[in-house]
Design a binder for this molecule. Structure first.
Ligand code: ADP
Ligand code: ZN
Length: 734
């Protein structure tokens, strides 16, 4: 018997070993094996078993597998199929996909579960000869029915020695136990009961529950109760003995989101989150693998979660670009969810208030079943959205204010009424650039082709691409002028201006800089929920998924920020962002109001966000434009990316590839027609010291794109001074 093994070296090939007799029968696909590899011991996953004991034509005898690291497979047969599909579709080495599929923590040998001391009261123990303090402590321990030694010490302000003294007297027993490191912190959860669905929700649930194997696109406006539909669809799966995965965008994987699932399904829920400790991740992953946790909530990598007997995969906010991994393997978790559901015979549900045009077109073409929920739950109205033309505001007051007059009035009236406001600005820091007022010199990061952002809080210039920072110069390095001007508005500057305007209001900023400690995100939101904050000002972090009943006003300070990016999806992204942020207003009894400040009041994305008609007409117009321009979702778009520390190398290899690909493409026609763009520097020309170039490929057939890439990278391998990658279905063209 032979086994092919994927070894963690990104070599994009499998190695064949023989299976020794003592392992035959035990060795399965998907297991982690120990094998000899060029003079050392390596670990790798078993991918395929085959008959025979030698490789035909091989010069050397195959070496035997040394051991099976873990008998229970890390990958089911279905998951291995998914991994192989991704490797092929995204032109990525299979080991790289395997590595993306299993959290690194799970493979670390030292991540095994911890054993802690557990204290249990001994039933009917003769509690004689105890000191008064010991009796009180024993009564406490009996009352809570024991617990972890360290926990009890904290709870009852006592020492381990005191509890051990109780053990010596036979009143309690202390033993070593495996403790589950619980990312929910073992919080006692109030169980939530299923709500009675309204007619739209019931119809959506019926579409999900139907025998039709097609994925369901759940298009429900913000606050329409999509989450309740997911919850009830999951409950059905659990009753039938199946499991479910819920993918959520990383940024909205807040305790609030997790809580909604955990309070319905309790310990059946596992959370996979980038902020988990290695131990927590190890435990959660193994709980899933053992089948103890049957509902997994997590970001894109959770699409690989080893859920048994999978019945349902939900992709919430399916339009979100964080589902696309921006490093190899550059997979889209949304698309993989659909593929995995197909492999496992599960149902895929893609939910959004603002679906991606890819999914919308699939629904129009009948590849997906469309379920619409055009109204909010409980008949709550959609918020009133107003556009504020900042050109007019500028004309009125001489310069464009951070807060327009109508927005100021609206904030004031919320403060008077004790209601809450969310202000959104897509840029953290104080100002977007730090420039000399005399000669126009702008401080730029030496490693990236972007201007530094000034951060007033700690008086430094930071690069938002590489994270590098420096102290601001005293005088202009070009002309020696002594002062600098801050151009553009970031959250810190807006917060400062807000405090000046409303000195008595309780204002809180929430962005990547204010949220660094692990729980402060959670803390800010609980204070906001408890009405201890009047105005929350922040970035994307506050745009998604938050559900606060007392928020009646949302202000978007710069609705144009993503509109003018050189990206075919700029308009779609802007609309999605505006609609999502607006959706935070008026979610309960109190009606909501939204102000969109913009210099482009006529842009279709802005108009659509302010119109009652909403998504559908916007999508139709946008689709027509995309079709005419031969862009996604009608055409597949991929980029071939080159980066090098030496600019001439990146540009020369890019030019060479473009030329070869163009002549290759000239021979293709019909369904495999391939359009090859010119070699160009990426929009972000330099990042972290790497010069970046790219070629855009378009075709109606993804196979044509991957085929061309495989061909060229095979016949013209780049030197190791150049990094080459294909970004299939690229969502970020910067
Ligand atoms: P979405 O995910 O579509 O934005 P949510 O699921 O957050 O919407 O629902 C919005 C609000 O409406 C939540 O507070 C939720 O508890 C409530 N809700 C949803 N469905 C119902 C229902 N059938 N009956 C009563 N309240 C509901
Ligand atoms: Zn930088």
């Amino acid at each position: 018997m032979l086994v092919s093994v994927a070894i963690d070296l990104a070599l994009d090939r499998l190695f064949t070993y023989s299976v020794p007799v003592e392992l035959a029968g035990k060795l399965k696909t998907g297991q982690l094996l120990r094998v000899p590899f060029s003079g050392r011991i390596a670990r790798g996953f078993s991918m395929k078993l085959s008959e025979g004991d030698s490789v035909p034509g091989a010069k050397f005898a195959v070496k035997p597998v040394m051991a099976i690291e873990d008998e229970s497979p890390f990958f089911t047969v279905e998951l291995l199929k998914l991994v192989k599909w991704a490797a092929k579709y995204y032109a990525a080495p299979v080991e790289q996909v395997l590595r993306a599929a299993v959290p690194a923590a799970v493979l670390k040998p030292n991540a095994r579960p911890k054993e802690l001391l557990f204290v249990e009261p001994v039933k009917d123990a003769a509690a004689s000869g105890l000191t008064p303090r010991q009796s009180v402590l024993l009564a406490d321990i009996v009352r809570v029915d024991g617990g972890w030694l360290s926990q009890l010490c904290g709870e009852f302000s006592t020492s381990p020695a005191t509890i051990k003294a109780l053990a010596a007297k036979g009143c309690v027993q202390i033993s070593r136990k495996v403790s589950r490191r619980d990312p929910l912190g073992g919080k006692a959860l109030v169980r939530s009961r299923p709500k009675t669905l309204d007619a739209e929700q019931a119809a959506a649930l019926a579409a999900i529950a139907s025998e039709d194997p097609r994925p369901v696109l759940l298009h429900g406006v913000t606050g329409s109760g999509k989450t309740e539909v997911y919850l009830q669809a999951i409950a059905r799966e659990l009753e039938a003995g199946r499991g479910a995965i819920v993918l959520v965008p990383e940024i909205s994987l807040t305790p609030q989101t997790v809580q909604r699932f955990a309070s319905r399904f309790g310990p059946l829920v596992a959370v996979l989150h980038s902020a988990l400790s290695d131990g927590e991740r190890y435990d959660e992953w193994h709980r899933i693998r053992r089948g103890e946790a049957r509902v997994v909530v997590g970001p894109r990598s959770a699409v690989f979660a080893p859920v048994r007997n999978l019945g349902l995969i939900v992709v919430d906010e399916e339009h979100d670009s964080s589902y696309k991994q921006e490093e190899s393997p550059r997979y889209s978790a949304r698309d993989m969810a659909v593929v995995r559901a197909g492999i496992e015979g599960a149902k895929a549900v893609l939910g959004s208030a603002t679906p991606s045009l890819e999914s919308w077109l699939n629904a129009k073409r009948g590849k997906y079943v469309l379920a619409s929920m055009p109204h909010r739950a409980m008949n709550h109205p959609m918020p009133e959205v107003r556009i504020v033309d900042m050109e007019e505001e500028k004309a009125r007051s001489g310069c464009a204010p951070i807060f327009s007059a109508p927005l100021m009035d609206a904030i004031r009236s919320r403060l008077d009424r004790g209601e809450q406001t969310i202000l959104f600005l897509n840029r953290r820091g104080y100002s977007s650039s730090y420039a000399c007022p005399e000669c126009g010199y702008v401080e730029e990061c030496p490693d990236c082709s972007v201007a530094y952002t000034y951060h007033r809080v700690d008086d430094c210039l930071r690069c938002h691409v590489c994270g590098g920072w420096k102290r601001p110069p005293d005088k202009c390095p070009e002309c020696g002028a002594p002062s600098f001007r801050c151009r553009g508005i970031g959250t810190q500057r807006a917060e400062e201006a807000l405090v000046k305007c409303f000195p008595r209001a309780r204002i809180q900023r929430m962005d990547a800089d204010s949220v660094s400690r692990r729980h402060s995100h959670d803390e800010i939101l609980s204070r906001f929920r408890a009405n201890a904050i009047d105005i929350l000002i922040g970035t994307q972090m506050i745009a998604k998924g938050l559900d606060f009943p007392n928020v009646t006003l949302v202000g978007v300070l710069n609705a144009d920020s993503s509109l003018n990016l050189p990206d075919p999806r700029a308009s779609e992204r802007t609309y999605q962002l505006l609609a999502q942020v607006s959706g935070r207003a008026g979610r309960a009894e109190l009606p909501g109001e939204v102000y969109l400040q913009t210099f482009n009041p006529d842009a279709s994305a802005v108009r659509a966000a302010a119109s009652d008609a909403g998504y559908v007409p916007f999508a139709e117009v946008e689709l027509a434009e995309r079709e005419a321009a031969m862009l996604p979702p009608f055409w597949r778009l991929a980029t071939v990316n080159f980066k090098s520390k030496e600019e001439p190398l990146a540009s020369a290899w890019c030019a060479l590839y473009a030329k070869s690909l163009q002549s290759y493409a000239a021979k293709l026609s019909g369904a495999s027609r391939l359009l090859v763009g010119d070699p160009v520097p990426a929009v972000l020309e330099k990042a972290e010291g790497w010069f970046r170039y790219q070629i855009v490929l378009r075709s109606k057939s993804p196979r044509s794109i991957v085929g061309a890439y495989r061909w060229i990278s095979g016949v013209r391998p780049v030197p190791n001074t150049v990094r080459l990658a294909l970004d299939m279905d690229a969502v970020n063209l910067l």
